[in-house]
Design a binder for this molecule. Sequence first.
Ligand SMILES: [Zn+2]
Length: 231
Amino acid sequence: MMWSVMILSGAGLSAESGLKTFRDSDGLWEEYDVMEVCSVEGFAKDPKKVGDFYDARRAQLERVEPNFAHKKIAELKEKYPREISVVTQNVDDLLERAGCKEVIHLHGTLTDLRCEVCGNIWKVGYESQEGKSCQKCGSKKIRHNVVMFGEPAPMYGYLDDVFSSIELFIVIGSSGNVLPLKSMAKYKEKSVLNNLHPEPDLDRSFQTVIHKKASEGILEIEKMVKDFLCE
Ligand SMILES: [Zn+2]
């Protein structure tokens, strides 16, 4: 499949919906250390604590709604399903709830659980994982379906494949702490970065930089995508 446009999103896309990240100060997050709940080592040490953490995130996700930017991305994908690849670092389901199809989750999904014995992945929605067992093999050895530090991210291969074919690279709400956005942007002639706060080192790698909230920046991005695909 040859894609023309990639819309890659990060935490900044869902921030306006009220989803907190480790960077925000918020009661839920201050109780946890990122390496205790988001790393392979932390999971091996205290799986119950990690399970509780993701249960709390699922409960939080149930209480928020997709925002205008999620909806606009869904509209663009609907209009250009074969041209635009929608990729996200977010583990929430807000793009899907906005109606977006074929969302690629690089770091897994909060609304699924995974069996550690047979690898089966199934939808849990916003429920706690407590007391659940694998729907396929019955094992009680189950876990969240979010990629942790120290384990492979299977969708990165897909990301590389799509990235090699696109001409327009759009990033919304990501500071490039996890993905090498700076070097990725340099590979493409047409690149757009929409972050609320300036980050000069990252900004200068992109052709166009929009310092606005995602819900405002998306209107400029929508226009650029349409202009590009109608050329
Ligand atoms: Zn199983």
